[in-house]
Design a protein around this ligand. Structure first.
Ligand code: CA
Length: 238
């Protein structure tokens, strides 16, 4: 893998296991990334708020403040920050909670370093279609909702909020395929840049997040519909 950007991406690694962290740092640096390493949640927030990072690699079980709380607070301040969570293999609940709070993706420990590097690369690269698909769409309206794809700001009725980068990419992808069925696999490949090894549940949790923002009744979606055993479909007329 080669980093072709002129400036090397800067990653904040939050991990309290020294041996694991040193292995990760060694490999990230070998790929040309610059890395800051902190070992607890307090230092993570202090660093994240005061430095321009391109991505945060975040362990969950941490001293002082756990990874969930770190993710939540970072999200409040930097809605678009890519966050990759590192979770214990057995803790399915943790993965779901991490994604619900606002992580973009997760990796379960123990993981192969190549897998970690592939995920990081995928997260740092906004996919081709996102940059080139329908460049005229900066703002999109449907029902009571408006999305600004430049800064990820949204309006739903009287509510104002920001989408995360992944949420915006997912929404834009569904809109670009409106009235067509899109499979979870297609979404994983194009929005996450991942060849569907990752659990399809990730897609479902992101759709649930989007429904909470945009659906009048998230339990009875009219815009973001589930198509049984096939995937999802966006329709703008509700
Ligand atoms: Ca830990």
């Amino acid at each position: 893998m080669q980093i072709t950007e002129s400036k090397s991406p800067k990653i904040l690694l939050v991990e309290d296991e020294t041996i694991l962290a040193e292995g990760i740092i060694f490999n990230l640096k070998k790929q040309g990334y610059s890395v800051d390493w902190v070992k607890d949640g307090r230092a993570a927030l202090e660093n994240a708020f005061n430095n321009p990072y391109d991505l945060i690699l975040l362990d969950i079980m941490l001293p002082y403040i756990d990874g969930f709380e770190v993710a939540r607070r970072v999200r409040e301040k930097f809605p678009a920050m890519p966050i990759l969570m590192l979770t214990a293999r057995t803790a399915v609940k943790d993965r779901v909670k991490g994604l619900e709070i606002g992580a973009d993706d997760y990796l379960t420990k123990p993981f192969h370093l190549e897998e970690l590097l592939a995920r990081i690369k995928a997260m740092l690269r906004r996919s081709e279609w996102y940059r080139h698909a329908q460049p005229t769409i900066d703002k999109y309206r449907f029902g009571d909702n408006e999305i600004n794809f430049r800064d990820f700001s949204c309006q739903s009725g009287r509510k104002s909020f920001h989408l995360t980068q992944k949420e915006a990419m997912l929404m834009k992808y569904l809109i670009s395929r409106k009235n067509q069925i899109v499979s979870r696999r297609e979404l994983l490949e194009n929005v996450w840049n991942i060849s569907a090894e990752i659990e399809t549940r990730t897609v479902d949790i992101f759709i649930a997040r989007l429904r909470k923002y945009f659906e009048p009744d998230p339990k009875k979606p009219v815009y973001l519909k589930s198509i049984r055993s096939a995937g999802y479909m966006f329709t703008e007329n509700g």
